[in-house]
Design a protein around this ligand. Structure first.
Ligand SMILES: Cc1cc2nc3c(=O)[nH]c(=O)nc-3n(C[C@H](O)[C@H](O)[C@H](O)COP(=O)(O)O)c2cc1C
Length: 202
């Protein structure tokens, strides 16, 4: 029997699992563009477009690793082993995309809404890559706080490096995700519960 679109879309969400070690192939320019298009449909109050992406090509990973190590030093790390280790982090996948959140002071859109919008954009991005046959892992780490890193990426100290998305192909098939008991996280509002209304006189 033919699978319905509903099944296919939900399978794509259930099948997505983070993969720490990713190999070639990575998405090509068109495939990546499709994922950016998907990302930029995320809910975005007042269309502030808080999410920006920076692509780190395979050839740039080493230089980006150097930048990460400088960022760690900038944050006060002194342990040589840690500083050296972070240089190799970008080599864990053939392609990296950074998701940045540029925050605006807006009378109707607080920062937390702009950050949530970025989260939704990143999820759309990785689900689009997933349905195109790729795997990802959304990482952050201590480096994302570094002002040196932010400035090198062209954002201000108040903006956010919301994710370092590692992209490629999973080396081997992985066990399916454990069944989700959604009802553990769902409740139904009891309309007639008493509410302690705070008096303005208190
Ligand atoms: C904002 C954010 C930052 C994250 N940073 C890291 C990270 O630095 N390292 C890591 O191993 N996982 C990190 N994770 C968690 C993974 O992306 C992943 O969600 C988690 O391992 C659960 O696996 P799953 O995606 O297969 O369900 C982060 C997740 C989020 C949402």
């Amino acid at each position: 029997m033919m699978e319905s679109v509903v099944d296919i879309v939900h399978q794509n969400m259930h099948q997505r699992q983070s993969i720490g070690h990713l190999l070639q192939p990575a998405p090509n320019t068109e495939q990546l563009e499709l994922a950016f298009q998907a990302a930029l449909t995320a809910p975005d109050h007042h269309r502030l477009k808080p999410t920006k992406f920076v692509v780190i090509s395979p050839e740039q990973r080493e230089a980006f690793g150097e930048l990460l190590s400088q960022a760690l030093v900038d944050l006060g790390e002194t342990e040589i082993a840690q500083i050296e280790r972070v240089k190799n982090h970008p080599l864990r996948a053939p392609l990296l995309v950074l998701a940045l959140t540029t925050l605006q002071d807006h009378p109707k859109v607080p920062h937390f809404e702009q950050i949530l919008s970025s989260g939704a954009a990143i999820q759309n991005f990785i689900l689009s890559l997933q349905v195109q046959g790729f795997s990802t892992i959304w990482r952050s780490g201590a480096v994302v706080k570094s002002v040196l890193l932010k400035e090198a990426l062209g954002i201000t100290a108040h903006d956010l490096v919301s994710g370092i998305i590692y992209i490629g192909t999973a080396a081997k098939a992985i066990a399916p995700r454990a069944e989700i008991d959604a009802q553990q996280y769902v409740s139904h509002w009891h309309e007639h519960h008493e509410v302690n209304v705070r008096s303005s006189e208190q």
